[in-house]
Ligand binder design. Structure first.
Ligand SMILES: [Zn+2]
Ligand SMILES: [Zn+2]
Ligand SMILES: [Zn+2]
Length: 144
C-alpha cells in the first residue's frame, strides 16, 4: 500500500491529516516490508520532528489499526510490532524472527483445511496463518 492509497482511505474515514500523522505514515511506508515496534517508529519520527512523543505514535497506530490499515503482531518477547498492510487482497506472510523482515505470499493454503472442515460439517469462516523463520542475512549471522 502506498501513500496515495493510504491518504485516500484516511480521508474517506474523516480522520484529519496532521503533519505528525503524515510523518508517522511516511515512516511506516519507508519500512513497509519490515515489522517495527512503536519505539523504533518513534525514533524515526523524532529524527524529523523532535516534538513527536510516544502518545502521538500510539494514538496514530490505534487509528490506523481501526481503519484496518495496520498489520499487528508480537515478537517472541511479547513486544507489539507493526507494519502497514500490503494490499487489500487476501495473502499471508513469513516473518523473520531475527530482524522483523516480512515476505508476502499471494498464496493461501486454506483449501485443504476447508475440505477437512466441511467433511466434519464445520463451516470455516476465517483463519490466520503466521509463518516464522530467519531471512537470508539472519541465517548467515546465526552461523557465524
Ligand atoms: Zn501483508
Ligand atoms: Zn532477518
Ligand atoms: Zn489464507
Amino acid at each position: 500500500m502506498n501513500l496515495d492509497e493510504l491518504f485516500k482511505t484516511i480521508k474517506e474515514s474523516g480522520l484529519r491529516m496532521t503533519s505528525q500523522r503524515l510523518l508517522i505514515l511516511q515512516a511506516l511506508v519507508d519500512s513497509a516490508d519490515t515489522l517495527i515496534s512503536a519505539e523504533t517508529l518513534l525514533k524515526k519520527c523524532i529524527e524529523k520532528m523532535p516534538s513527536t512523543n510516544m502518545t502521538t505514535v500510539y494514538r496514530n497506530l490505534e487509528a490506523l489499526e481501526n481503519l484496518k490499515l495496520l498489520h499487528k503482531t508480537t515478537d517472541a518477547k511479547g513486544t507489539a510490532l507493526y507494519k502497514l498492510i500490503c494490499s487489500n487482497s487476501h495473502h499471508h506472510h513469513i516473518q523473520c524472527i531475527g530482524c522483523g523482515k516480512i515476505l508476502t505470499f499471494d498464496f493461501c493454503p486454506i483449501a485443504e483445511f476447508q475440505q477437512i472442515a466441511e467433511g466434519k460439517r464445520f463451516r470455516l469462516v476465517d483463519h490466520h496463518i503466521e509463518l516464522f523463520g530467519y531471512c537470508e542475512s539472519c541465517q548467515k549471522n546465526r552461523e557465524e
